[in-house]
Design a binder for this molecule. Structure first.
Ligand code: A2P
Length: 316
């Protein structure tokens, strides 16, 4: 399996399992099955509210010899309510306790958005704090402390723009990862070029378009990646499914990718997709599909009277 090699020689498999929307009652079986099939990279987050059940799957997999801790890559993410410097390590320790691990491989700031601690679902401007009140640089100090304390081996961000990454280039530890939405309709070409210049790695979330999103996050008219003519034509040529083609595309571009599934058959199909090779012509044809289209446009962070706008979220 292809992997990224970090400066300290740690290797992260490009292909991983996403766990957003994997519900409790299902995620234990899904993660255990994935590990049995050979998955070696699991992407988690505190806000997915399922880390305790994923931890049970890890414990069983380690005790049964399915995988060793040192052969598994585990990522998790700091939620928006824990951005104050002194909140970061306790939040990471809670994630470690839920996951039954004593260190993470990678810990990410989930969004460049601050919510007041204790607020579960923010509704009014008062539930938020601005980045002027709680700057990313403060959160990053907390993240850096977690590396020095041995709680995580690597740190990075998610949903960050080039502009926000630029502001972090002189930090003691430069973010090693930016996890962003990425698929043929949102190819993030400028981000890819910027990050490769600065040794920041990229992970593609929602690579299949996250069609199982909660209803409130679905727009009335959305393009369907699985029905796109170019995607179906090329997937037919490889005798694979559109979903497999989308996974193969991400890996052929050299980015990490974390499709979510809780279905054993689709878990296997997705793993197999990681070894499909696309031709230069096929990659060029897919390159033309970019529409800068976000399934997750960040609208949910914009509340009347708070400091966030789509412009200052994405800096576009
Ligand atoms: P399921 O969990 O039932 O397999 P994303 O990774 O972009 O968030 O997309 C996840 C969605 O795609 C889920 O609805 C998941 O359903 C579905 N999915 C995952 N793998 C495949 C596949 N190989 N073919 C079709 N749908 C898939």
């Amino acid at each position: 399996m292809e992997s990224y090699r970090f400066r300290n020689n740690d290797q992260m498999p490009l292909f991983g399992l996403g766990t957003w929307k994997s519900e409790k009652g299902q995620v234990f079986d899904a993660v255990l099955e994935a590990l049995k099939q050979g998955y070696r990279h699991i992407d988690c987050a505190a806000i997915y509210m399922n880390e305790d059940e994923i931890g049970e799957a890890f414990t069983k997999a380690f005790s049964e010899g399915i995988v060793k801790r040192e052969d598994l890559w585990v990522t998790s993410k700091l939620w928006n309510t824990e951005h104050q410097r002194e909140y970061v390590a306790p939040a990471l320790k809670k994630t470690l306790s839920d996951l039954n691990l004593d260190y993470l491989d990678l810990y990410l700031i989930h969004w460049p958005v601050v919510i007041r601690q204790g607020v579960l679902s923010p509704k009014s401007a008062d539930d938020f704090q601005s980045l002027a009140e709680v700057p990313i640089s403060e959160t990053w100090l907390g993240m850096t402390e977690c590396v020095h304390a041995g709680l995580t081996r690597h740190i990075g961000v998610s949903n960050f723009s080039i502009k926000k990454l630029e502001q972090m280039l002189s930090e003691e530890i430069v973010p090693e990862m930016n996890q962003i939405e990425m698929h043929p309709l949102l190819q993030q070409k400028e981000m890819l070029a910027f990050c490769s210049e600065h040794h920041i790695r990229l992970t593609a979330y929602s690579p299949l378009g996250s069609r199982d999103r909660p209803a409130g996050l679905v727009k009335a008219t959305e393009p369907d990646l699985f029905e796109n003519n170019v995607i179906t034509k090329i997937s037919d040529a490889h005798s694979c499914s559109p979903a497999q083609l989308l996974i193969a595309w991400a890996i052929n571009r050299g980015t990490a990718v974390i499709p979510k599934s809780v279905n054993p058959v689709r878990l296997q199909q997705n793993l197999e997709a990681a070894s499909i090779t696309l031709s230069g012509d096929e990659m060029e044809e897919i390159a033309l599909l970019d529409k800068r289209y976000r399934y997750l446009d960040g609208n949910f962070w914009i509340v009347e009277g708070n400091s966030y706008t789509l412009e200052n979220l994405w800096d576009e």
